[in-house]
Design a protein around this ligand. Sequence first.
Ligand code: P1T
Length: 389
Amino acid sequence: MTTYKKNGFATNAIHAGEEPDYRDGAYGDVVIPIHLSTTFARKRVSEPTGGYEYTRSLNPTRKALETKLAALEQATYGLAFSSGLAAESTVLLSLLNPGDHIIAFDDLYGGTQRLFNQVFANFGFQTSYIDATNPTLLEKAIQPNTKLVWIESPSNPLLKLCDIRAISEITRANHLILVVDNTFLSPYFQHPLELGADIVVHSSTKYIGGHSDVLGGAVLLSNELYYERLQFHQNAVGAVLSPFDSYLTIRGLKTLEVRMQRHQENALTIARFLEKQPNVKRVIYPGLPSHPQYELARRQMSGSGGVLSFELKGDRSNAETFLQKLTVFSLAESLGGVESLIELPAAMTHASVAKTVREQIGISDTLIRVSVGIEHVNDLIADLEQALS
Ligand code: P1T
């Protein structure tokens, strides 16, 4: 395990975990090879070659990715999984016992809520949801069996922010584990571990991979005990990222800095454009002064990311008509790729959340989520303009 803190972000994104191998007999590759071998031969029973035995336990290409991700998230340890939800499940399995209580933000990716409510609930894990934008509600929700707090910031799809430092002070004082899903900003715009979180999770399917062609998840942390438990379960449960997908994710990561800069630039231009449209009720983007937590955004994040949401005037059929008229934006779930995607959370990513809950937290039938890509922004604006008209 190496720490890469002193390098700039892009330098680590390109080099960490992929130092050329100059040992005798090695080829000096400047890019980590895709090690497809599922097993690794040894000369003697007691000596695994280079520390590798079987790819589920550890694989050189996955290891390179895990090292790179840890460097970028300013963590000591990294683990790569076959999806964001596999990463999340492994965190819960590794650190909690049946009967333990989780406090979760009430605005989380629908699939994460489904995991808590329809999978882990069946094994005796209890979850309470709170509006974590208000840290005092967290203090009130703590029970004797509470073990873990789970937040997203910015949240999916309402882009609400949690004050990670304030929340971490409460979790520390109460001996609770704080998990932050950092998918929406990527390690480029926010470092939750520095703000006091214990564990960062990512759906690397999103900005980290960046090209909508590889599903993956990651866990980054610096606590050795938690890491050992997670690594044990990563191997024991087996939801690991494949060598080829590890390679694709590494390839994506190298351009994370330049992609994030362009995602943000385009998103801000589009957010400002949408704010001026007569048939748009409200625009939610942490980079706009109209965002209710604009000050917190400036303090906690080094950028606002590429996702924004907005509410159209009218009803669900108006929203559907608008979405179907777009030609540059694809009507699709997911986010964080170079291409612009747009979706209706109430019918798509958050359809598994009960309508009453959606309405309570603000996911209306005309709320539209946009993952702004890195195309030429004029083409994106022109597409929105024609569909809005
Ligand atoms: O899809 P997967 O790689 O398993 O990641 C799940 C996940 C976890 N956390 C956040 C914040 C997410 O947004 C996701 C996946 N989200 C979508 C597919 C979506 O369209 O919102």
